[in-house]
Design a protein around this ligand. Structure first.
Ligand SMILES: [Zn+2]
Length: 362
């Protein structure tokens, strides 16, 4: 509890220190720890949200925690409806939005897709949304952006952050280890994202406070990676808190820049052009090794941190061919071309050399 209030204090400090003209929307409550799910009726009462709720989940997350959440909320006097989605696409978004007349709040429960759909539906229909992650595989569960498929292609949409994040680390600890390793990849890539942001300078509205929070989140995970590698609750909690801080850094900055640079453009290019991409955090972690090399930074530390949690550090391990990886780095300029990164500043030959020297391709 003390830790939480310190964290809240830090956020307040950061808000006060940024430019007065910048407006920020942040989660009002962040509750993390083992068994916190049962606090959900109390959290909703604290937020003063009216009665009727809709839980967005999938078949898997309904079993993991969805039924439990419904029981807790109904016992707390909230009549609940549920939608089991089959993917994060426009059709499913419209299906969830169709409930908007009859509900007062949305709960997104899952590793990614149900949270993306609930977040976007809440934004479009102006309904408060509570995020309950069941895995710590990326920073989307606390951020303002939603990844939704339109015409088969993943698109990143602007929404608002959840009104509350309830991260039960006992449940998240039971998720496959591969998901936690991907979360490490997503968080560690904050370091290269910040370097890219700095490179773009004032034009990119650089905020040193948002950058510091984002970098700190990555460093705390990096410094204690052996704890994370055990997969135990303590290590999982470290990653969860770092991913939440990453979302807060983006909210402070009013842009995804603190946690999304060239390594994310590399990942987005793979998502848009390659049939069976790996996990978002796996791709970003791999991308970060190469962009850190190009920045002249400690790329070996990034690689070793990823290795410690068994995250992929080369083409073979990630299951994507060498030429596709190289193409993704070189063509990542096509993704959000206005977002300048180190990949725009170097030649194709230098990118290839970086990928070879770091062992990302062979
Ligand atoms: Zn990410």
């Amino acid at each position: 509890m003390l830790e939480e209030s310190l964290l809240n204090g830090l956020y307040c400090y950061l808000i006060m220190q940024t430019k007065p003209a910048r407006s920020m929307v942040l989660p009002r409550m962040v509750v993390t720890g083992p068994g916190v799910l049962e606090q959900i009726p109390a959290i909703i009462a604290e937020l003063d949200i009216p009665e009727r709720g809709l839980i967005v989940c999938d078949t898997n997350t309904l079993d993991i925690a969805g039924n439990q959440v419904i029981d807790y909320l109904e016992a707390g006097g909230h009549p609940m409806q549920k939608v089991e989605i089959k993917g994060a696409n426009i059709d499913e978004l419209e299906r969830v939005e169709a409930f908007s007349e009859n509900i007062d709040f949305l709960v997104g429960l899952g590793g990614g897709r149900p949270i993306d759909i609930a977040k976007q539906a809440g934004f479009n229909k102006n309904i408060p949304f509570i995020s309950i992650p069941t895995a710590a595989s990326h920073d989307g569960f606390g951020s303002a952006r939603a990844s939704i498929r339109r015409d088969g292609l993943k698109t990143s949409m602007q929404a608002v952050p959840p009104i509350a994040v309830v991260a039960d680390t006992e449940i998240i600890s039971k998720a496959p280890k591969r998901l936690l390793a991907a979360g490490v990849g997503d968080i560690i890539s904050n370091q290269t994202a910040v370097l890219d942001w700095k490179l773009a300078g004032q034009k990119a509205d650089y905020s040193e406070y948002a950058a510091a929070l984002s970098e700190m989140a990555a460093e705390l995970v990096e410094n204690d990676i052996s704890k994370v590698a055990t997969g135990k609750e303590e290590g999982v909690r470290l990653v969860v808190k770092a991913l939440i801080s990453s979302g807060v850094a983006m909210s402070i900055a009013g842009t995804s820049r603190p946690a999304s640079g060239g390594e994310h453009k590399f990942s987005h290019w793979l998502d848009s052009n390659y049939d069976s991409p790996a996990l978002h955090g796996e791709q970003c972690g791999l991308g970060s090794i190469v962009t850190m090399y190009l920045h002249g930074g400690d790329w070996e530390r990034i690689r070793d941190t990823l290795l410690a949690v068994d995250a992929p550090v080369n083409s073979k391990r990630i299951g994507i061919a060498n030429d596709v990886i190289l193409k993704a780095f070189i063509n990542s300029k096509e993704i959000r071309p206005q977002r300048l990164t180190i990949l725009d500043r170097v030649s194709d030959r230098e990118i290839e050399e970086a990928a070879l020297v770091t062992g990302v391709i062979s």
